[in-house]
Design a protein around this ligand. Structure first.
Ligand code: MF3
Ligand code: CO
Length: 276
């Protein structure tokens, strides 16, 4: 996926609106997280998201998003080998040992927030626990680079080094992106790249950073529903995403809950490689 889209610089007032969008979005993700258990369907997860959006009278920018055909739901719910863009399905029941990724967006007063997590369904293997932890941490390793004066390549390269240093792969095809009045704006922020290269980051940029991590190879395929992206080798994949503003005081995560907590929780316990 490649594009050359407009970069928009947001005022502090606009960032404050995006923070409100992000709080609603975080509440929707937390509600989705709460229904994840063996026996729940991916449509149940989407319904939990929609209930929160409805409560606030807002909508998801995913609904009817242009693609092979308009995207049919308010969230993407992707299971196991499915990396992103899984379509909620009332027939797809979650089972013990699965992992499920939930990606959702919110439009509030004309501005978009976009965020995602991957969570285990009951007990998962040690390797899969590590996949979740590495992917979540890769998001925060990337966010730590999101300061005015740094470049897109600093963020991309930090994510890539962290993920590959821990033995996994990042997709070369799907990327993070600027976000604002549009869900997808410039700059494009890949999960791989070279430090010191790429566009200069400026105060007022708002970016949805989204490491997408695979176990065996970086290769993906699109399933026959034409939306769902899965690993080519069938191995498990993970995806975490936050919408982040670059402010005078550094990165500000816009998609945390009102009390500052993450809308998800992932088990840890691994000692990880870190390049710093
Ligand atoms: N959050 C996603 C992204 O950043 C997914 C949107 S795809 C859609 O690209 F079709 F569901 F909108
Ligand atoms: Co996104």
């Amino acid at each position: 996926m490649s594009w050359d889209r407009q970069i928009t610089i947001k005022s502090p007032e606009e960032i404050a609106i995006m923070r409100e969008a992000g709080k609603i979005n975080a509440e929707a993700l937390a509600a989705a997280h709460a229904v994840i258990r063996p026996g729940a369907t991916t449509a149940d997860v989407n319904a939990a998201v929609e209930e929160v959006l409805k409560k606030y009278g807002v909508y998801s920018p995913f609904k009817n998003y242009p693609g092979p055909y308009p995207y049919p739901a308010s969230s993407c719910v992707s299971v196991n080998d499915e990396l992103v863009h899984g379509i909620p399905n009332p027939k797809r029941k979650l089972q013990q040992g699965d992992i499920v990724s939930v990606d959702c967006g919110t439009v509030y007063e004309g501005f978009v927030a976009d965020s995602a997590f991957t969570a285990p369904v009951g007990e998962v293997s040690e390797q899969v626990k590590k996949l979740l932890y590495v992917t979540e941490q890769a998001l925060f390793v990337g966010i730590a680079q999101m300061m005015a004066g740094k470049r897109v390549g600093d963020v991309s390269s930090a994510i890539q080094k962290f993920v590959e240093g821990n033995g996994f792969y990042v997709t070369r095809v799907y990327t993070g992106h600027g976000v604002g009045r549009q869900m997808h704006e410039g700059p494009q922020v890949p999960n791989y790249g070279s430090a010191g290269r790429g566009m200069l980051l400026r105060r007022g940029m708002t970016i949805a950073l989204e490491p997408m991590v695979l176990i065996g190879t970086p290769e993906t395929k699109v399933l026959s529903d034409q939306w769902t992206v899965a690993s080519r080798d069938g191995s498990y994949t993970a995806h975490f995403e936050h919408t982040v503003a670059i402010t005078e005081d550094g990165p500000m995560i816009l998609t945390l809950l009102d009390d500052g907590r993450n809308p998800w929780q992932v088990e840890t316990g691994h000692i990880l490689y870190h390049s710093i």
